[in-house]
Ligand binder design. Structure first.
Ligand SMILES: [Fe+2]
Ligand SMILES: [Fe+2]
Length: 321
């Protein structure tokens, strides 16, 4: 089996639809400026449109235009929301493919570094076992919220943080970046489960979150071990984690802002070996993106332009008849 695959080589069966991750990654780079947000998202419109065709995201694209993902992911999941079903299905589908990418990341950390200490390999094997169970749990939860595998496209933007050829960078990306985000998301799903009195959701996410804290702890410990006596190497892994955390803040959807879609799970992260300073840093990184006000204004403009294009296209079509 090949070592060190490129993220594009992540294999899936025919049920899955691969989405260009450019649209996800661009969220991380958006500044707090309405015109720039509109310009950047419009530039990606053809890619976004192509990636949703034939999936459950197509009606959302038709309704909101290229910024539909911002509509769905930047709002908290609340019981009673008219778009609750879509939000829940998109979130759980995203979690399911995230678990599969975490499984691939952990299993590849075991395979890619044959000279790593035995304890590291045992930790990665334990994580791969946990992630395989999580995939099964999330598949059942997706059915529980009325969804099915492949209904939304899969972006590899999580897995892109899991391909470093340096073991310290690998665990910084997978076990602190990706698994840290998992803690934030699962704590948020528990919040939703309690509010909606959905005991299945609450209990399943509680069990999964307990494992994720252990996985982050593996990362916290192994980054230290792999960079022992090499402060410069440690500093590089911290820079990489910051970069990953900036991307994983999803344009501020995961942040410390009180109206954020996903809050930073402070206590869980402390339990998992993040320092208070690191958690404050993630809050600062995620606050650097566009504010909710900026996004809402941009969404209005993008939706109007989308409507105008649709009207023009249908006028052109009826003129041609
Ligand atoms: Fe997991
Ligand atoms: Fe995990």
């Amino acid at each position: 089996m090949k070592r060190f695959i490129h993220f594009d080589e992540l294999a899936r069966d025919s049920r899955f639809v691969r989405q260009d991750s450019a649209a996800n990654n661009l969220l991380a780079m958006l500044p707090d400026d309405v015109d720039t947000v509109v310009d950047v998202i419009e530039k990606f419109d053809p890619i976004i449109e192509a990636s949703v065709r034939g999936t459950a995201a197509e009606p959302l694209y038709e309704e909101y235009g290229p910024a539909f993902q911002l509509v769905v992911i930047n709002e908290p999941i609340l019981a009673g929301d008219p778009k609750l079903t879509e939000r829940l299905q998109m979130r759980v589908h995203g979690i399911l493919v995230g678990e599969m990418q975490a499984l691939e990341g952990a299993a590849r950390s075991l395979w890619d570094f044959p000279d790593a200490p035995w304890e590291f390999k045992m930790n990665m094997a334990r994580q791969a076992w946990d992630e395989a169970r999580h995939v099964q749990i999330q598949e059942k939860l997706l059915q529980h919220v009325g969804g099915e595998i492949g209904m939304y496209p899969e972006s590899t933007f999580l897995f892109e943080a899991a391909c470093s050829e340096d073991p310290a960078m690998r665990v910084a990306g997978v076990n602190r970046g990706l698994e840290g985000l998992a803690c934030d998301v699962f704590r948020d799903m528990m919040r939703y489960g309690v509010a909606a009195r959905d005991e299945t959701m609450t209990q399943a996410m509680d069990f999964v979150l307990a494992d994720e804290i252990t996985h982050v702890r593996f990362g916290s410990e192994w980054v230290k071990e792999f960079t022992r006596n090499d402060p410069e190497h440690f500093a590089r892994t911290q820079d990489f984690r910051r970069e990953v955390d900036r991307r994983f803040s999803l344009g501020g959807a995961r942040s410390a802002s009180p109206d954020a879609a996903i809050q930073i799970a402070v206590q869980d992260r402390l339990d998992a070996g993040f320092t208070k300073e690191e958690i404050d840093e993630i809050a600062t990184l995620s606050a650097g993106g566009p504010s909710k006000d900026t996004l809402q204004k941009a969404l209005v403009i993008l939706r109007e332009r989308h409507e105008a294009r649709k009207a023009q296209a249908s006028a052109g079509q009826s003129g041609a008849e």
